[in-house]
Structures are given as structure tokens and as C-alpha cells.
Design a binder for this molecule. Structure first.
Ligand SMILES: Nc1ncnc2c1ncn2[C@@H]1O[C@H](COP(=O)(O)OP(=O)(O)OP(=O)(O)O)[C@@H](O)[C@H]1O
Ligand code: SF4
Ligand SMILES: [Mg+2]
Length: 382
């Protein structure tokens, strides 16, 4: 998250500066040298039936052949409609869900099948902040106890726990005297600050944020995002930031991944995704962001996506987006598009990409992050 990407309470439609673009991490690496490295990750949830004998009658394709890499200090935004697999993906990165196949590496170390014991030190470096701060904090524990547990885990001496807890509360903008309060004695925004303080208590390198501001008022969202921004600089943190709303991730991310029905549709430096979306689904998500001026909002053309996402138990063949895509042709219905690497670390999985010149298309190549099941068809211009 670059300082120039900071969101003020009134900064809804602000454009991203050239500086933010310049600091974006242009290349993804899938060779184990990234802080976090995910290769062809698949998570299928079995659907069972039968009263006496459990029978598997199908499976939900929650995350299907996703590869990504996160650099040290980077913020990677993940967006997509409800049910596209965002939470499943980041819960699997924390190993709260076991992957069906693929690999997860943290600082080059394969943790895909690591035991609970082997995971313990990794979990201290990788923390999670949840969407609903109310549900994620134990209502029967005082804030001092909530922060004390991870501090002890980090090896802080018993005599220092209270002082460290106060310091943490102060650092996230809460009153250090409120250590004895219960979570219900705070507002929603304050509870999310406690969730962030709890994550910080173990001194992590990476924080996975699952819609951390979705449950908060817009003005409070901006304050929490600014806090995350400051903490990132101070503690040299990396973030994976999940959101429904492209306008939220725009201000916090260096790069953004757009997901649809368990698959990666587009990966791009944040500013470029807004100025030059290549995938039709991204364009539709961008068109759904309201413009503050009602006249401008009415006047613009909106390539809206019709209908609901298909059933993830039986995802459509070829491009998963073809049942809703206004640009779909025959090849889209039969051949899965490869994730293609364009200039500047911009990837997109579309047979008929938008906003690319013939020259850019000729220079593009299949990305290492492309799904194993994707076809050999090269993208072409309409
Ligand atoms: N434990 C589970 N068992 C079966 N299916 C599941 C399970 N958890 C998630 N799913 C399914 O996996 C798909 C992805 O769910 P997930 O919660 O990851 O989506 P999401 O993108 O986080 O959605 P939202 O934006 O609503 O939070 C959905 O179809 C969901 O119903
Ligand atoms: S591959 Fe075809 S269906 Fe899929 S997004 Fe591109 S144009 Fe639309
Ligand atoms: Mg979710």
C-alpha cells in the first residue's frame, strides 16, 4: 500500500497517482522466491447425501487451479462476486482448510501438507483479520486477555504483557486504559482495531484481511484503511486484502486479482486495472462502482453482467464467464482461455481481450500462472 494510495474520508473517486503506479510490483514470481507462492491450488468441497451411508454426489469448485505470488511488502487485493472463492482461498493460505491439490509455499517453504506442529511457527508470521469483528473476538474475554494470548505465544515475559498490550492498543488508535473492557463495549470500528492489534501481537510478516472493512460505515472504513497503511510501513507488513468492492481495493493494493467462479480472470497493477481492464468481467465490475455525481452516473455506458454466477458444482466448460459475457463466441464455450501475460505484469484469461493493441497481443505469452486445464488457443482481437 503506497502512501499516495491513502484513502481520506472524502476520497471516494480520487485517481491513483503516477507514483502509486510506479511503486506497483510489476512481476509475479512462481519460483519460491516470493514471500507467499501458490501454485495451481485447487479446493473442492464434497457434497454428500445419504442418511446411513455418506455418498459423495458432487463437489463445489470453490478454488480451481489458482496460482499467485506475493512479494515482501506488497499488498495484493482480491475481488470478485460473492461465492467466487475469496475466503476459501485465503483460509487455505492460512491452512485453515486443506487444499485438494496444488502447492502453498511461505518464504520458500512448502506448507501445503505441513502438520499442526510444523505450522505453528508459520502461523506466527501469517495472521488473519476477519470481516465480522464481533464474531471473531471471544465475547467472554476482556481485551487484555485477547491480546495477552498471542503476546505470550510470541514469548513476551508475563511481567511485560500488560505494558505491551497497552502499547498495542495505543498503536491501533484505542485508549490503552480500555484493557479491561469486553468486545461488546466497543463500536464496530473499534472492534476491528482490536482484531488488527491481535494480529499484530505476534509480530507477523503477512496479514490476510478478509473483507476487513465491509461491515463498517464508509467514514470508519477510511480510518481503518489508513491505519492499515501506517502499520504496513511501520512493521514492514505484506497484505492480502479481500473485498467485494473494487473501489476499496483500488486504494490499498499494489496489484489486484479478479476472481470468478474459483478462477483467476485478471491480475494487474492496481492503477492499470482501472485505466485498462482487459477482461470483460473486470469491466463489468468497474461499471458497477457508483460515481458520486448522479448525472455522470446516469450518463455513462455500463457493460453490466446479466444474471447470476453459474452453479459452482457444475461450472460451465470453456471460459467460466461465457454464460454472462457479451463478447462470448464459440471458442469461449469450448476452450478454457489461458492466463496470458501482457506487458507490465498484467495478466488476463480471455480469448478476446479488450484494450490491447495488436503489438501488445503479439508480444504476449502464456503465463506460468495459467491453469493446467487451459487450452492452447492464443487470444485474438475482435
Ligand atoms: N465448507 C464448505 N462446504 C461446501 N461448500 C463451501 C464451503 N465453504 C464455502 N463453500 C462454497 O465455496 C464457494 C466459495 O465460497 P467463499 O466463501 O470462498 O466465497 P467468497 O468469495 O468469500 O464469497 P463472499 O464474498 O460472499 O464472502 C461458494 O460456492 C460456497 O458456497
Ligand atoms: S473468453 Fe470469451 S466468454 Fe470469456 S471473458 Fe473472454 S470473450 Fe468473454
Ligand atoms: Mg468471503
Amino acid at each position: 500500500m503506497s502512501p499516495s494510495g491513502r484513502l481520506g474520508p472524502e476520497a471516494g473517486g480520487e485517481s491513483v497517482s503516477a507514483e502509486a503506479q510506479a511503486t506497483a510490483v510489476p512481476e509475479t514470481r512462481y519460483d519460491g522466491s516470493a514471500l507467499l507462492d501458490v501454485e495451481h491450488l485447487q479446493i473442492l468441497f464434497p457434497i454428500k447425501a445419504g442418511l446411513v451411508i455418506d455418498r459423495q454426489i458432487g463437489q463445489v469448485h470453490a478454488v480451481d487451479d489458482v496460482s499467485l505470488a506475493l512479494a515482501e511488502g506488497e499488498t495484493l487485493g482480491i475481488v470478485g462476486e460473492s461465492g467466487c472463492g475469496k475466503t476459501t482461498l485465503i483460509r487455505a493460505l492460512m491452512r485453515l482448510i486443506d487444499p485438494t491439490s496444488g502447492a502453498i509455499r511461505f518464504r520458500g517453504r512448502d506448507i501445503t501438507n505441513a502438520s499442526r506442529r510444523a505450522l505453528a511457527p508459520v502461523r506466527r508470521e501469517m495472521q488473519m483479520v476477519f470481516q465480522d469483528p464481533q464474531a471473531s473476538l471471544n465475547p467472554r474475554k476482556r481485551v487484555g486477555q485477547i491480546l495477552g494470548t498471542p503476546l505470550r505465544l510470541r514469548g513476551v515475559q508475563r511481567s511485560r504483557i500488560e505494558a505491551e498490550s497497552r502499547q498495542l492498543l495505543g498503536r491501533v488508535g484505542l485508549n490503552p486504559e480500555h484493557l479491561n473492557r469486553f468486545p461488546h463495549e466497543f463500536s464496530g470500528g473499534q472492534r476491528q482495531r482490536i482484531g488488527i492489534a491481535r494480529a499484530l501481537a505476534v509480530d507477523p510478516r503477512l496479514i490476510l484481511l478478509d473483507e476487513p472493512v465491509s461491515a463498517l460505515d464508509v467514514s470508519i472504513q477510511a480510518q481503518v484503511i489508513n491505519l492499515l497503511d501506517e502499520l504496513q510501513d511501520e512493521f514492514r507488513l505484506s497484505y492480502v486484502f479481500v473485498a467485494h468492492d473494487l473501489s476499496v481495493v483500488r486504494h490499498v493494493s499494489d496489484r489486484i486479482i479478479v476472481m470468478y467462479l474459483g478462477k483467476v480472470m485478471e491480475v494487474s497493477p492496481a492503477a492499470e486495472l482501472f485505466s485498462k481492464p482487459i477482461h470483460p468481467y473486470t469491466s463489468a465490475l468497474l461499471a458497477a462502482i457508483p460515481i458520486p455525481d448522479p448525472n455522470e452516473n446516469r450518463a455513462r455506458s455500463r457493460p453490466l453482467v446479466a444474471g447470476e454466477p453459474p452453479n459452482p458444482v457444475r461450472p460451465p466448460p470453456g471460459c467460466r464467464f461465457h454464460t454472462r459475457c457479451p463478447r462470448a463466441t464459440e471458442v469461449c464455450r469450448t476452450v478454457e482461455p489461458q492466463l496470458t501475460a501482457y506487458a507490465g505484469g498484467h495478466l488476463a484469461a480471455c480469448h478476446h481481450p479488450q484494450n490491447v493493441t495488436a503489438h501488445e497481443l503479439a508480444a504476449a505469452s502464456r503465463s506460468a500462472a495459467s491453469p493446467l486445464s487451459a487450452g492452447q488457443e492464443k487470444p485474438r482481437r475482435e
